[in-house]
Design a binder for this molecule. Sequence first.
Ligand SMILES: *Cc1c(COP(=O)(O)O)cnc(C)c1O
Length: 235
Amino acid sequence: MAGVAENLIEIRDEIAAACVKAGRAREDVHLIAVSKTFPVESIHEAVKAGQTVFGESKLQEAEPKVRALPASLEWHFIGRVQRNKVRKILQISSVIHAIDSLKLADHVSKVALESARRPRLYLQVNLAGELSKGGFSPDELRHDLKDILSLPGVEIIGLMTIPPADDDCENSRKWFSGLRLLRDELEKEFHVSLPFLSMGMSGDFQIAIEEGATHVRVGSAIFGKRVYRVDGELG
Ligand SMILES: *Cc1c(COP(=O)(O)O)cnc(C)c1O
């Protein structure tokens, strides 16, 4: 298995190639290195190789890592957000990717105002209607977006999705294009700019880029195979 630095070089090359293929500017696509379940030493290697943006999905795991690493790094919270952890999440990350209800967005806004922070939020969309995943259905989002956009404590920067797991990455394409089309529709209907699309992981980020991703969340392709916990849940 190649090291983190080599993997990063390869991923960056693949991102650049996907941008060329899609006729997109390279600087419009950002790599979030998903470091959940991987140790601080691996993150150090990525930092040495020039990576500055990382994604974590559990507060308890992220807090000590953030403390142990340079303050200049940017941490995105990509996991499910529990209400009682919002205050602490805002202390370590300025961007949250999985806002999945008006109630949660409202709560984050209130906590943010109390904490004098203004986090940037992605609204997670569950396009396939999978019961195992969070996220707005497109209709819920159409219904709630006006209220969400009026929340004073947060900035809504775009949409995020996690397509159904599939061995054939081409099958992710329709979900990625679906998220882009939904974004285009909402921008028109609500006269708002939702510039960012957080979509694409290790197995399908090239396709996500072809379909408009601005932020790809790549973990195992950089850090190696993830070790599953005993209960089978991803860390
Ligand atoms: C774990 C995770 C990723 C990264 O997955 P890889 O397949 O390891 O690239 C991306 N997004 C979310 C929300 C995740 O939980």
